[in-house]
Design a protein around this ligand. Structure first.
Ligand code: PDD
Length: 299
């Protein structure tokens, strides 16, 4: 067979993503950041991940509120107005057409002339945004559940900041992957905090619980949505401290995030959770979540 480019193979080549970097729209491979950028040198930056369904960002204002909160916590000022953020997102979504997508944005403190922990007030923040495809979520696959382990939470006491300094999360995720689990639920002083990139819910006899927001966990947007959906649909849900020992007796454990939605944990530390399959409360909650997404698409 001659080695030629057929129309089929040409059509299979994905167009290169267009990203936003400091006011410019560029092909991803052309985007460059200085080696002196404090995001690169110190992990000195914050980020957000915003899912987009049918062209509509889910809980956009809540994500932008959290971004502002993260920036406030690290004494960075917001480089764009809310209207500008929204306009850039729309531009970028238009330039990267597709079905379900997620917006990743990160703001670092920028590049100073010298590597120095002290902050040079004259530097400009680096603003980077990209759009990624969300693979069509296969709910049958989600229902099959995931395996997790528990790990001591050795992170700092500022986990409420959505910081790009994620080395501890990387280390914990590695521990999980090395024991053939997909994630780890972290425990600090005997209490459940969160997973490496998700919040945690437990269900006991139909009552749902999740740890209260604190400096030990990220105030998840999906977490808030699940709480709202539970409350407006007659579930009993309590925000309270969860002892690590309750993970062993839980009927259900869920991990929630913008990209994972609501994932049932069916095996924890090699033991089945509840009946070892996704539970009834999860089935009801995922139905409500899907309906919420559909309403967003239709709205
Ligand atoms: N992570 N906790 C941590 C440590 C997280 O990194 C995330 C999200 C969450 C859930 O937050 P939300 O529901 O707002 O997505 C909780 C994103 C998805 C990520 O890092 O890719």
């Amino acid at each position: 067979m001659p080695h030629s480019s057929t129309p089929e193979s040409a059509a299979a080549v994905e167009p290169e993503p267009i990203v936003y970097l400091n006011g410019e729209y560029l092909a991803q491979s052309q985007a460059r950041v200085s080696v002196l950028d404090r995001g690169f040198l110190f992990g000195d930056g914050v980020y957000e991940v915003i899912p987009v369904y049918g062209g509509k960002p889910l809980r956009l204002n809540e994500h932008l509120n959290r971004l502002q909160r993260s920036m406030g916590r690290v004494s960075m000022s917001d480089p764009l107005s809310r209207e500008d953020w929204k306009a850039v997102f729309q531009d970028l979504l238009d330039r990267n057409p597709g079905a379900d997508r997620s917006i990743y944005l990160q703001v670092t403190r920028g590049a100073a002339p010298l590597r120095d922990l002290s902050i040079d007030d004259d530097i400009q923040p680096t603003v980077f945004i990209m759009v990624n495809a969300i693979k069509l979520i296969d709910y049958a696959k989600i229902e099959a559940g995931i395996e997790a382990i528990t790990v001591e939470d050795f992170r700092w006491k500022a986990c409420d900041i959505k910081s790009v300094s994620l080395i501890a999360n990387v280390m914990v995720r590695l521990l999980a992957n090395q024991s053939s689990a997909v994630d780890a639920i972290m425990v600090r002083d005997g209490l459940v905090t969160e997973a490496t990139a998700s919040n945690v819910f437990v269900v006991h006899k139909g009552v749902i619980a999740t740890p209260p927001n604190s400096e030990h966990l990220l105030p998840g947007i999906t977490r808030d949505l699940v709480i709202e959906l539970a409350q407006s649909n007659g579930f009993e849900l309590i925000e309270r401290d969860i002892q690590a020992s309750e993970l062993v007796t839980a009927d259900e454990i869920w991990l929630t995030s913008s990209t994972r939605e609501i994932a049932p944990v069916v095996k924890l530390d090699q033991r089945p959770v509840g009946g070892g399959v996704a539970g009834d409360s999860w089935k009801k909650m995922i139905t409500l979540y899907k309906e919420y997404k559909q309403a967003l698409r239709n709205g």
